[in-house]
Design a protein around this ligand. Structure first.
Ligand code: PEP
Ligand code: MG
Length: 870
């Protein structure tokens, strides 16, 4: 097997094998750009390294040695040679770029003898010793994992001793002394001498790059960016071009367009007499790339040409690293540049206008996950870079939050009313917290998963939420918590990022969301290409309105129990669940009926004749029974019962597994009067709106949750049909309606043929389907998923990214069985996965008619659905 490729042997199409960097180095070589030559060790070699127990096997080692010889021949330089020594850089390069996640080593090949040779031959001892001390420092840090800080301390000591501020002010002798100090430090920490043999150095460096694929920060980055662990990284060994040989040398990074705004024009930085990592590390302030034109006119002119060539070639914005050695330009890397969502939209549209891309390609270029930042506030990127997270939990609902800590929903409302920006920190949230959640910049919970109450509700509201932050030691009663060794009290300021799940001490400024002008253009193109519908999960008229603005083509899920979160509606709801006779319950239902009917009317209005699916009550009871003394007293009064009686009822409602308890259709089976009331509310609302808008095609879709057996559906449906038909007849209307079911219990998927005969539609509730297929709680999974990631059992949270292998198989089975039994069946998904791009792609593949997701994810789903169809 071929494990190693010269740059001259590859090309841009070989990204999977050579990694992005390797493929592009090969491509740049092919199109005649000035690239210092070298070779790429494949991603397969990395995978093999892990299979071999983190060892590079003999076959791969043999090929590496062979390629060193080839490289020596091409460059005319030799490893460890005392005439013309070869020095190389060793860099990682995965299939998808992971900026800054893995490791780089420069100036490899130096030792005590070689450094003297190059010092003399170049007549530049300062440069030679600078390279050597850098190499020792990087090698120790990256390969042997001796912390950087020891070396930095030695540099600082040296600068102080010499009375200078900048590294460049140290002379050859200082750097030589530093190199010796570094070697002594190395021996001190590792116990053996620093390696002198370049081949030994190289093998160590290659192993370090392979190993860095599995470092914690790379693992987290991969999870956040949906990059599979199995891909591995390639390693690029490239002969060095030196930017630190004097003032006619330098190094830079540049983008062909502004990565923040997308504006066309060179954007970047250049640093004279320096090596790559100096620009990144910010040890000296680099100059703007345009200033390079004055200092290095020829190299700059060449660079401008290269930029044009590369953009025309890749037909996308490029992010490049380059070096100028004695006035001559060398290209070290190019890739499609990372960009903000705003820039992504502008660049895609500009490329279409410039004739470089078709609209179809433009749609395919944009990462749907990026759109989040257009719809929610984000952190100021500079401030964020400088901040260190004090915890990392689940990024449950995107956005950036910064504010004073409050511990109760009431405090949130009160503080916000007097103009304070607050963040709500709770053990977990419950329906009472809704108003507090709305008043807050964001919600941070100690418990809960990606489909927990807080996460689902926050996502629906477009509010930022970090969930399941188990590192917090919470003391709600005393309004304080401990995190990362610090005690936080009410009023202390924290910040958190609902996309990454990172929590920060103190304030990080946020930037408001702005929908760029190009957004509409890209979305309109996306709508042309997609074949799947995009609906929304909306429970309130306000959410429905928002979703409609963002392009929803209907409501795929209205969680009717969520309609009781507003104001004191929860009171009536509690009166209903805490009833012990049918009469009592009917009395409470009488109060609820007009509220529901009014809401449904507004939902139909907001959706302007598009389909609206209303799901009948599915309240996990633990989320709804009163727990506060005050609420219990209120309820007792309303029901004419004693506090003790209410407490006894609540006690009797206690469940060990509320998610598998008395919820969903089980409620309608035990208390058909609830289904009667809900049917009346839906049908009456639909008739009213239909009368007001005769041109709208109003066909209510009533959805029964948590069906596991067709008989459950039949039973509930009978109540619905009897009630609906009576209502329609009484109103003299010709309204049509559909009755369907959620498929969210594995048994429903397995018996979908039977169920389909009774259902007009299916909608996959993949939150519960995931919970029940895996057999772990959607609220508690966060507690152990971290260990599962560490153990590489899972790479992703199955509640966020659909498990295509298992849950997906059940879905496919249900579709096949269902459609065979009922060809008219229409099928969608309304679990949280309906707004996750890779899950949307899967839904398209298995033939769903629509996906339904929270309002702010509608644009993401539209784009993802288009990409799936392209
Ligand atoms: C589901 O289970 O996927 C679903 C949409 O319903 P809920 O989240 O309300 O249980
Ligand atoms: Mg469900």
């Amino acid at each position: 097997k071929k494990w190693v490729y010269l740059f001259t042997e590859g090309d841009a199409t070989m990204r999977n094998l050579l990694g992005g960097k390797g493929a592009n180095l090969a491509e740049m070589t092919n199109i005649g750009l000035p690239v210092p030559q070298g070779f790429t060790i494949t991603t397969e070699a990395c995978t093999q390294y892990y299979e071999d127990g983190r060892e590079i096997n003999d076959e791969i080692q043999g090929q590496i040695n062979e390629y060193i010889a080839k490289m020596e021949e091409i460059t005319g330089k030799k490893f460890g040679d005392l005439e013309n020594p070869l020095l190389v850089s060793v860099r990682s390069g995965a299939r998808a770029s992971m900026p800054g996640m893995m490791d780089t080593i420069l100036n490899l090949g130096l030792n005590e003898d070689v450094v003297k040779v190059i010092a003399e031959k170049s007549n530049n001892p300062r440069w030679a010793w600078d390279c050597y001390r850098r190499f020792i420092q990087m090698y120790s840090d990256v390969v042997m994992e001796v912390g950087k800080k020891y070396f930095e301390a030695l540099i600082d000591e040296m600068k102080e001793k010499k009375g200078v501020k900048l590294d460049v002010e140290l002379d050859a002798d200082d750097l030589k002394e530093l190199a010796n100090q570094f070697k002594a430090e190395y021996k001190n920490k590792i116990g053996v001498d620093f390696p002198d043999d370049p081949k030994e150095q190289l093998m160590g460096a290659i192993k370090a790059v392979f190993r860095s694929w599995d470092n914690p920060r790379a693992n987290v980055y991969r999870r956040d960016n949906d990059i599979p662990y199995s891909w591995g990284t390639a390693v690029n060994v490239q002969s060095m071009a030196f930017g630190n040989m004097g003032d006619d040398c330098g190094t830079g990074v540049a983008f062909t367009r502004d990565p923040a705004t997308g504006a066309k024009g060179l954007f970047g930085e250049f640093l004279t007499n320096a090596q790559g990592e100096d620009v990144v590390a910010g040890v000296r302030t680099p100059m703007h790339i345009q200033e390079m034109a004055e200092k290095f006119p020829e190299a700059f002119a060449d660079f401008e040409k290269v930029c044009k060539t590369l953009e025309d070639h890749y037909r996308d914005m490029q992010d490049m690293e380059f070096t100028v050695e004695h006035g001559k330009l060398y290209m070290l890397q190019t890739r499609n540049g990372k960009r903000t969502a705003q820039a992504a939209l502008k660049i895609a549209c500009d490329l279409v206008d410039e004739g470089m891309r078709t609209p179809e390609e433009a749609v395919a270029m944009i990462d749907p996950r990026n759109l989040d930042s257009l719809l929610h506030p984000t952190f100021d990127q500079k401030a964020l870079k400088a901040a260190t997270p004090i915890a990392k939990a689940l990024g449950a609902a995107p956005g950036a939050a910064c504010g004073k800590i409050v511990f109760t929903a009431d405090d949130a409302v009160e503080w916000a009313a007097r103009g304070e920006k607050v963040v709500l920190v709770r053990l977990e949230t419950s329906p009472e917290d809704i108003t507090g959640m709305k008043a807050s910049q964001g919600i941070l919970t100690v418990r809960g998963g990606m489909t927990s109450h807080a996460a689902v509700v926050a996502r629906g509201m477009g509010a930022c939420c970090v969930a399941g932050c188990g590192d917090i030691v919470m003391d709600e009663a005393n309004k304080k918590f401990t995190l990362a060794g610090k005690e936080y009290h009410e009023g202390d300021v924290i910040s958190f990022d609902g996309s990454t799940g990172c929590v920060y001490d103190g304030a990080i400024p946020t930037v408001e969301a702005t929908i760029a002008g190009e957004f509409g253009r890209i979305m309109a193109w996306a709508d042309e290409y997609r074949t799947m519908g995009v609906r929304t999960n909306a429970d309130t008229p306000h959410d429905a309105q928002k979703a409609r603005e963002l392009g929803a083509e209907g409501i795929g899920l209205c969680r009717t129990e969520h309609m009781f979160f507003e104001g004191d509606r929860i009171d009536a709801f509690r009166e209903m669940i805490c009833s012990d006779t049918v009469e009592e319950r009917e009395e409470a239902l009488e109060k609820i009926l007009p509220l529901q009917q009014g809401d449904f009317e507004q939902l139909y209005e907001a959706m302007e004749g598009n389909p609206v699916t209303i799901r009948f009550l599915d309240p996990p009871l633990h989320e709804f029974v009163p727990t506060e003394e005050e609420d219990i007293e209120k309820l007792a009064k309303a029901k004419g019962k004693t506090v003790a009686e209410i407490k006894a009822i609540c006690e009797s409602l206690h469940e060990f597994n509320p998610m598998m308890g008395h919820r969903g259709c089980r409620l309608a089976v035990t208390y058909p009067e609830i289904a009667v009331m809900q049917t009346k509310a839906v049908i009456r609302a639909a008739i009213n709106v239909k009368n007001a808008h005769p041109d709208w095609n109003i066909v209510p879709e009533i959805m029964i949750p948590l069906i596991g057996d067709v008989k459950e559906l039949k039973y509930c449906k009978k109540t619905v049909v009897e009630t609906a038909d009576a209502e329609i007849a009484a109103a003299g209307s010709d309204l049509k309606y559909h009755v369907g079911t959620m498929i969210e219990i594995p048994r429903a998927a397995l018996t979908a043929d039977e169920i389909a005969k009774e259902a007009d539609f299916f909608c996959f509730g993949t939150n519960d389907l995931t919970q029940m297929t895996f057999g772990f709680s959607r609220d508690d999974a966060g507690k152990f998923l971290g260990a599962y990631y560490d153990a590489k059992i899972y790479e992703n949270d199955p509640f966020a990214k659909l498990d295509q292998t298992g849950v997906g198989k059940l879905m496919e089975m249900a579709i096949k069985l269902g459609k065979a039994a009922n060809p008219d069946l229409h099928i969608g998904i309304c679990g949280e996965h309906g707004g996750d791009p890779s899950s949307v792609e899967f839904c398209n593949k298995i033939g769903l008619d629509y996906v339904s997701c929270s309002p702010y994810r509608v644009p993401i789903a539209r784009l993802a659905a288009a990409q799936a169809a392209i």
